[in-house]
Design a protein around this ligand. Structure first.
Ligand SMILES: C[S@@+](CC[C@H](N)C(=O)[O-])C[C@H]1O[C@@H](n2cnc3c(N)ncnc32)[C@H](O)[C@@H]1O
Length: 235
């Protein structure tokens, strides 16, 4: 299957933004798992004085997780989908939270230049056409020693992980997507994960991009072997 990319993907997310929060709220552990990854940024003093970029912030679920983990941090969310971002902007946020409509590949041109103390990216990387190029953009906006946390469906590499992913997709997510007119996006979701790096391969990609102290951490529940947190430090 040809994956959705760039403008086609943004349009698919625009459309799905109407039902996105309902879908994630019904997904067992979605918000808990995001919070677990956000805490893995390990920002001291509630994030006071720390600037964090939330790449692919969507409707703001990851932004909310960041604020729960680090309530004093200032957070800038970036997303290519006007529909998703509009839902995020409509929510109440404390001062220090802002949103920018831009593809991450073009965020510098949209004024997102940093330096930031930390970058969080939840469910972004398997959606981009050039993950190495995006990691280079992330390096540019992070200060030396800045922290990166990626939360992603990157399978563990065992046959059972692929089978579990396809079972969840086939039994729950694809029927739900079709019912709401978003079949193309949820088929993209299914295949983007099967085609993406395994967790060890993505960790190796981070190291090749120059990140140090790279670690891969598991998530519990049905996401075991499916979703991982990746942490790294900018040189
Ligand atoms: C699966 S959603 C995740 C949203 C949010 N981070 C969360 O955890 O709920 C992925 C988001 O990434 C955005 N996205 C995908 N590719 C992008 C790109 N190249 N630049 C900016 N945003 C992108 C989509 O528009 C979508 O809102």
């Amino acid at each position: 299957m040809t994956l959705l990319r760039d403008a086609d993907l943004a349009h698919a997310f625009d459309r799905a933004s109407r039902t996105y929060d309902r879908m994630t709220s019904a997904s067992p552990g979605y918000h808990r798992h995001l919070l677990r990854s956000a805490r893995r940024l390990a920002l001291p003093d509630g994030g006071r004085g720390w600037s964090v970029l939330d790449l692919g912030c969507g409707t703001g679920a990851s932004t909310r997780a960041l604020l729960r983990a680090a309530p004093r941090a200032s957070v800038t969310g970036v997303d290519a989908s006007a529909g998703m971002l509009g839902r995020a902007r409509d929510k109440p946020w404390p001062p220090g939270v802002s949103f920018v409509h831009a593809p991450v590949e073009g965020m510098a041109e949209a004024g997102v230049r940093g330096p930031y103390d930390a970058v969080f990216a939840a469910y972004l990387f398997r959606n981009v056409a050039d993950p190495d190029g995006v990691l280079a953009r992330v390096r540019e906006v992070l200060r030396p020693g800045g922290r990166l946390v990626v939360h992603e469906y990157a399978l563990g590499g065992r046959a059972v992980d692929r089978a579990a992913w396809s079972a969840v997709m086939g039994a729950v997510v694809l029927p739900w997507g079709r019912r709401h007119g978003d079949g193309a996006l949820y088929r993209h979701l299914w295949h983007s994960v099967l085609d993406f790096d395994t967790a060890p391969a993505f960790a190796a990609r981070l190291r090749r991009a120059g990140f140090t102290h790279v670690r891969v951490l598991p998530q519990p529940g049905w996401q075991t072997g499916i979703t991982h947190t990746f942490t790294g430090v900018a040189p």
